[in-house]
Design a protein around this ligand. Sequence first.
Ligand code: 6PG
Length: 248
Amino acid sequence: MAAGDPREVITVADPAALAQTAADRVLARIGANSGRVAICLTGGSSPKKLYQLLATETYRSQIPWGRVHWFIGDERFVPADNPLHNMGVARQIFLDRFAPPANIHPIPTGAADPDAAARLYERELQSFYGADALGPAKPLFDMVLMGVGPDGHTASLFPGYPAVEETRRWVVGVPQAHVEPFVPRVTLTLPVLGSCREMLFEIGGADKRAILTRVLDGENLPANRARSTGETIWLVDQAALPANSRER
Ligand code: 6PG
């Protein structure tokens, strides 16, 4: 990262270490808050190993399920049982087995259109938060998980799209995706994703190396503009690191 960049890059050996480090950080965040905890999950393939780990006895037995609430940072506008549905994947891997149904907060993709779903979810987040304006002293989420796509998008904030510039709305509809899967999306906006104690990017595998190189070079990409009001961590495995920063 460039000098003065408040983000921290943590490098780990491989995908197993990536998931384990992420799971340990989830537990640490939960442990740091003795009240109601809010975790914002992410979609794509990157977090699947983490979700599988959270379902194992070691991790699930340490999660106080009754007081942890689970949200999603962006959603594909498909029915909840479609394999592309981000929260559906998290539910199937771990949430439905352990989390009380009232603590699972999906984006309602049964709404008339992505914008209607966005407005409903915005209201749900505001009611959970207890206000319709975010205050810096009171982050909405304890932790926000993130991934990065090949074009530098994060959540469903694609480069050059108006959603990236949105500062008033908490959640917006995105009629057309910039990369696969080409289904409409619903996404939380940058200020809302940033209202957290920790934002954790999980970046693993050689196919992330090209985009990670651009991110580390400081290019103006949505993923580079996503910052927590607390800590912003990029958790990266060796295969994803640009060649000149890899350990030999
Ligand atoms: C989505 C995401 C998206 C994802 C990145 C990385 O719904 O697609 O939330 O932002 O995190 O595209 O996806 P992969 O983990 O599949 O590479």
